[in-house]
Design a protein. Structure first.
Length: 209
């Protein structure tokens, strides 16, 4: 499974680093200055549960190779139009987009461009900043919650109990809730990769196991 992270700032770098730590195939879509910084220093994430220091694969707009299974959209809201243009060539038949942006207007914009069935809703509060030297630093203050899933939150599409038990075993911290997304194997891979990195815990809050 291939993951394209749009932006490698505080949010994109944090989640991209955690996904990469969990074994995911991650590419960061960045501007030239950030690409040079990552080439020189690598990706550095100082999180509450430890530090990640690793090489980062980057790409510039117009230079992305092939399609991706998941696009994690972590750009600024004012960059949304340009970001949609940049990711359009990598959208395969089953690609899903998970935006982590301020506000909610982007959901309708992404749905209009790529189709509502390709767009998840997401929110996060990991309390991280991008330092001038390029490192992503998470505050020691325990504000660390993330959720994503179908914007409708349709609980009728919940996964089978066997999968819920697997997620519970892999992610005991429950730092993330996933609201019954029905986007197929791409979402399953995102859950698995992030859980291995101890970043996300996949269990809809309205279910029990």
């Amino acid at each position: 499974m291939r993951f394209l992270v749009v932006g490698a700032g505080a949010i994109g770098g944090y989640f991209g680093g955690k996904l990469q730590q969990g074994g995911a195939d991650v590419t960061f879509l960045v501007r030239p200055r950030r690409a040079a910084q990552l080439a020189n220093r690598g990706l550095v994430v100082r999180a509450q549960d430890g530090q990640i220091s690793a090489p980062a694969r980057t790409a510039l707009a117009g230079q992305i190779d092939g399609t991706f299974d998941v696009v994690l959209l972590c750009c600024k809201g004012y960059d949304l139009d340009d970001s949609m243009d940049a990711i359009a060539p990598v959208m395969g038949p089953a690609t899903v987009v998970l935006p982590l942006l301020n506000g909610i207007r982007h959901i309708s914009m992404l749905s209009d461009r790529f189709g509502a069935d390709r767009v998840l809703g997401g929110l996060t509060a990991v309390n991280a900043v991008l330092e001038p030297d390029g490192a992503i630093v998470q505050s020691p203050v325990k504000i660390d919650t993330t959720g994503f899933g179908e914007p409708s939150g349709d609980a009728r599409r919940a996964a089978p109990p066997s999968k819920r038990r697997s997620w519970r075993a892999a992610c005991p911290a429950r730092s993330v809730t996933i609201s019954s997304p029905s986007c197929g194997p791409s979402c399953s891979a995102l859950r698995a990769r992030c859980c291995r990195a101890k970043t996300l815990c996949a269990l809809p809050p309205e279910t029990s196991v």
